[in-house]
Design a protein around this ligand. Sequence first.
Ligand code: GLV
Ligand code: MN
Ligand code: MN
Length: 404
Amino acid sequence: MLERCAALACQSELAGGLTRVFLSREQAAANELVLGWMREAGMSAKLDAIGNVVGRYEGERPGRPALLLGSHLDTVRDAGKYDGMLGVVSAIECVADLAARGRRLSFAIEVIGFADEEGVRFSSTLLGSRAVAGTFKCEVLDSVDADGVSMRAAMRASGLDPERIAQAAHRREDVLAYAELHIEQGPVLEAEGLPVGVVTAINGATRFAIEVEGIAGHAGTVPMNLRRDALAAAAECVLAIEQRCAKVPELVGTVGKLETLPGAVNVIPGRVRFTIDIRSPRDPERLAAVTEVVAQMETIAKRRGVAIKVSKTHEGNVAKCAPWLQEQIGAAIAAEGIAVRKLPSGAGHDGMAMIDLCDIGMLFVRCKRGISHNPAEAITAEDAQTGVRVLLRFIENFRPQARV
Ligand code: GLV
Ligand code: MN
Ligand code: MN
């Protein structure tokens, strides 16, 4: 599994680092690797209409409803090797083990390598899992990347037909549940000396793209009191976000991207674009912070005489992992002689979209110092093995339950 994650990490836009975004050449190469591994493991495998890699291992009888497994194959910029990829390769490993023993279950298994979870290229996130869940919004096809390429055009260039995205959707009656193995991306399991844990819920998140418009001007001639500096206004907004989010336990707010235009040492910034990501384990607290932050930014803009455009790019409420799946994942952990630790996820996952299709469950694997979204992301082979043993045990003992 670690070798496979390393092989996937070679499919990168950057030499010597890992960046792989939706519909890129690197993603097509990674998809080919995964399709090959899926077939080798005994699955039929194909790309679906949005570009997810989907492998299917039939049950005792073909056409049975499926337990969906998997994670994402896209990455953030300068990413680690395991965020997403470990969930895909570990699920393939489980199927390979079943197939090697000739074991068919009463249900089918589908392993999905989602094409976009991080939302790096088009600012809109969970595109692959939304297509599978049947909640993909066609208007996002008009969004453009940093080079002005629309998602619609990028899909066509990748040989995908944007008119057919609906074909990626699964029918509810064909799906039993979605279960994902993922690295924890935080320090809790390591601090407690545990290799794995059961996720209770995925925190909710709201994201914005902001544009501040001031007046570009000569850095030497315009007196300070006559400026409409878009960057100074944005800087005040960034600090307001930090202060508001720091007031509430477990609420977090991040400005992760900021672009200054025209961007020259002797020009007053005329336009600034930045992103906001606000998350919390409690939806009302997140929504209150969002409302307040937007109002504060508007006040700052008014006082400084600049215009501000606020566009929401993502809104996802807390996604609760189904108690019955938590229980079955917990039982698999306990059967390995490991204490069952339950914990929420501060990071977002494909389950946030899959929950519109079926119940979701997640298994976390410890990661070194809790570091993720960073090339220093690391796990041990032992922990990966423990994770896959737990996942396989969960699959073999899986008892579907009707959604309530
Ligand atoms: C995805 O990793 C996210 O939490 O943003
Ligand atoms: Mn991530
Ligand atoms: Mn991830």
